[in-house]
Design a binder for this molecule. Structure first.
Ligand SMILES: [Zn+2]
Length: 293
């Protein structure tokens, strides 16, 4: 997971350019929902899906998998669920050893954030696995009061949301909270709420589950091997190889490539601990080519 670096005003402008009038419609619809609490949320977000797909270089905002650039393959994810918030069961190990507690209904569900249904800073493009299978209607918070009548995602910090919203500078930078050791995402901080946010995010999307999300691991493995090869060209190649290698390194560690956080961490490892990076690249090659670690 990485931050999608864009100024909030620029994002607003991109939406207006892509679908003139959408923002006005969204405001009208929000006003109507606020005036009539029985009114149902209706979908108007599909016409601006492409803005998020382009902004995210066709990658899922949560798992950094590249998603086919077809509308059917991607969901507009409502970061804070618009209808209901369901109970998310904290795994026992996380509760017992990490002290992660979730303030939420103990069973069933409670009202979602209907006034955020048409707020673009509550949107992101996500893959079907992350959105429909994993996140669903969950939104665990540590704060005691769910602000489900709020209309402004920028003023909801007191909820202490566990999940990280990566678009713009609205929330923490995911790379400050999650780092990779080889193929495996881990909490970067040793303690504190930032550590808990990383743990819940990794768990929610199974980002460290090489069984359930084997495809993510295979792609990370292939790309780590490619990055290792590119770095070796930069360091040991002739002039032409160095230029090719550098172009490869630049692309693979940019936001445009899949699994950017993983690859940036691997580059850091290569720069600081070459023997370990070499071992990781050999393991990655094996996983990529044989499918087993
Ligand atoms: Zn995903």
């Amino acid at each position: 997971m990485i931050r999608i670096d864009i100024d909030r005003n620029d994002l607003e402008q991109q939406i207006e350019t892509h679908k003139p009038g959408w923002l006005t419609d969204a405001q009208t619809k929000t006003d109507e929902l606020e005036a009539d609490t029985t009114l149902k949320v209706t979908s108007i977000w599909s016409p601006i899906k492409q803005v998020f797909t382009d902004l995210q270089f066709s990658k899922c905002v949560f798992c950094e998998k590249e998603i086919e650039d077809q509308p059917i393959e991607q969901d507009v994810e409502h970061f804070r669920p618009k209808n209901n918030v369901k109970r998310w069961k904290v795994p026992n190990w996380m509760e017992n050893t990490e002290g992660v507690h979730v303030s939420q209904p103990n069973s069933g569900s409670e009202d979602g954030y209907r006034l955020l249904a048409y707020k673009f800073l509550n949107y992101a493009a996500a893959c079907k696995t992350c959105n429909s299978t994993r996140k669903r209607d969950y939104f665990p918070i540590a704060g005691t009061t769910r602000k489900n009548n709020s209309k402004n995602p920028a003023t909801m910090k007191s909820e202490k949301a566990y999940l990280i919203y990566p678009i713009s500078d609205l929330d923490d930078d995911p790379e400050d909270l999650i780092e990779f050791f080889g193929l495996s995402p881990q909490a970067k901080k040793k303690s504190g709420f930032g550590r808990k946010r990383a743990l819940v995010t990794i768990e929610m999307f199974q980002l460290d589950d090489d069984d359930e999300r084997a495809y993510l691991f295979k792609r990370r493995a292939m790309l780590i091997y490619l990055l290792f090869t590119a770095l070796e060209k930069v360091n040991n190649g002739n002039t032409q190889q160095q230029a090719e290698g550098q172009a490869g390194v630049d692309f693979l560690t940019s936001s445009k490539c899949e699994h950017t956080n993983c690859l940036r961490c691997f580059k850091k490892l290569y720069d600081t601990d070459f023997p370990k990076a070499e071992i990781v690249s050999q393991e990655a090659f094996k996983l990529w080519t044989t499918g087993s670690p």
